[in-house]
Design a protein around this ligand. Structure first.
Ligand code: NDP
Length: 445
């Protein structure tokens, strides 16, 4: 029985990795959608596809020693999980955050397989990171850390093998330091990382891509409900790369973003968030979001970042981190009239919150589909690097837009085909899985 196959696989994962809760959560979310697929396609069970998909092809754990500005030695742990290469070279970001461990990197790497499949590009799945906290570090400390991280990572990556990018705590500055060090020790200038600076092989629109992509995806969902962004009130959690550019695109389509956050708290500005001020605070001055409320008289600051979901809005976009939106928050959003939740972050809604959204039949765009614009544009950066060409902003943006439209159509069709027409999370898991599984079958064991 195929539902037994799914249950057995999940059991094995939990037994083999007993401490890895985020990883269990991600696997259980995807496998939960696949029962009818397994029933219809017995060949997947015969080929052990689920066992092979849940076990990473390779995991690398390494020491990252570095010296701070006072000469004190620190040691962090670096991780790279090369999850699945059925569709292309491993591809997925690097996260620097104190919470990083194998559970978090494996959940992200596992999600990445399916997200990358949805993009329609030739990309396998991987993820990496370190339990390093970039907050409060000087530029030189960040550079030394990135160099030490790359001193080991360079052995495992290459433009045709594994192509990392940024994630939480890793932006253009960190990618620059890592790229410079890779080039120095390997003596190769190629597209081994994406999210590079524009002067040395980066793609226009990569910075904006995840946030813009999320809004393009949401626009498709709204269109299906005969509405659009015009005059909608948005609450967006986070104030990093994804959040800022989601806010920018939504504002340009006529929406009003009324609240944003960081891990310290949230700001609520009824008149609409002044994005230039947020960008300056977060991208240039690297300050906390509470500074916004000091500069904007009518803005309010709240100290618990998760309370942002209590603010009434039409559309909620969680763009900060995993499990930032629980069932209570989900119920509150619905009670306040929220009609759409679109995930910019990876797995920001707990399973219970996801159930609240699907039961209420509001528009719910799961992260692996809605935030796939970032990796899609990384894929476009890889294409430009291979061709030694740079496309214009408008060219890249147009390609990104059409990828997001295609993702929406593909997952909507898959959801309908498997008799859950309103459930885009099911549709995303099924459409993504079928492509990866068929490629794995074709390539043998
Ligand atoms: P950034 O580091 O640029 O920004 C992260 C934002 O989230 C910051 O405002 C940060 O606040 C906040 N945040 C981080 N951790 C927590 C926490 N534990 N609780 C509350 N807030 C938190 O990262 P990105 O914008 O790149 O990434 C955000 C999310 O989007 C992540 O889930 C990432 O995996 C996902 N994503 C990113 C892509 C990309 O292209 N960058 C692509 C696809 C998905 P503070 O500054 O206080 O830490």
């Amino acid at each position: 029985m195929s539902s037994q196959y799914v249950a057995r696989t999940l059991e094995t994962v939990k037994k083999r990795y007993p401490e890895e809760n985020e990883f269990h959560q991600a696997v259980s979310e995807v496998l939960g959608s696949l029962v009818p697929v397994m029933e219809k396609n017995k060949e997947f069970e015969e080929a052990g596809i689920l066992e092979r998909l849940t076990e990473p092809e390779r995991q690398i754990i390494f020491m990252v020693p570095w010296v701070d500005d006072n000469g004190k030695v620190h040691v962090n742990r670096g991780i790279r999980v090369q999850y699945n290469s059925a569709l292309g070279p491993y591809k997925g970001g690097i996260r620097f955050h104190p919470s990083v461990n194998t559970s978090i990197i494996k959940f992200l790497g596992f999600e990445q397989i399916f997200k990358n499949s949805l993009t329609g590009l030739m990309l396998g799945g991987g993820k990496g990171g370190a339990d390093f906290d970039p907050k409060g570090k000087s530029n030189n400390e960040i550079m030394r850390f990135c160099q030490s991280f790359m001193t080991e990572l360079y052995r495992h990556i290459d433009a045709d093998t594994d192509v990392p990018a940024g994630d939480i705590g890793v932006g253009a500055r960190e990618i620059g330091f890592m790229f410079g060090h890779y080039k120095r020790i390997k003596n190769i200038f190629n597209g081994v990382l994406t999210g590079k600076g524009l002067l040395y092989g980066g793609s226009l629109a990569r910075t904006e891509a995840t946030g813009y992509g999320c809004v393009y995806f949401c626009d498709e969902m709204l269109r299906d409900r005969k509405t659009g962004f015009e005059n909608k009130k948005l609450v967006i959690s986070g104030s990093g790369n994804v959040a800022v550019y989601a806010a920018q695109k939504a504002q340009s389509l006529g929406a009003k973003v009324i609240a944003m956050s960081d891990s310290g708290g949230y700001v609520y500005d009824e008149e609409g968030i002044k994005l230039d001020l947020i960008k300056n605070l977060k991208e240039v001055e690297r300050k906390r979001i509470n500074e916004y409320a000091k500069e904007v008289k009518n803005a309010k600051y709240g100290e618990n970042c998760f309370d942002i979901w209590n603010i009434p809005c039409d559309i909620a976009m969680p763009c900060a981190t995993q499990n930032e939106l629980d069932a209570n928050a989900a119920r509150q959003l619905i009670k306040n009239g929220c009609m759409a939740v679109v995930e910019g972050a990876n797995m920001p809604s707990t399973p219970e919150a996801e159930k609240v959204f699907t039961d209420a039949k509001i528009a719910y765009g799961p992260g692996k589909a809605a935030n796939a614009g970032g990796v899609s544009t990384s894929g476009l950066e890889m294409s430009q690097n291979s061709q030694r060409l740079s496309w214009t902003f408008d060219e890249v943006d147009a390609k990104l837009h059409s990828i997001m439209i295609n993702i929406y159509a593909a997952i909507k069709n898959a959801a309908a085909e498997y008799n859950t027409p309103d459930n885009l999370a099911n549709g995303a898991n099924i459409a993504a899985f079928l492509k990866v599984a068929r490629a794995m079958l074709a390539q043998g064991l």
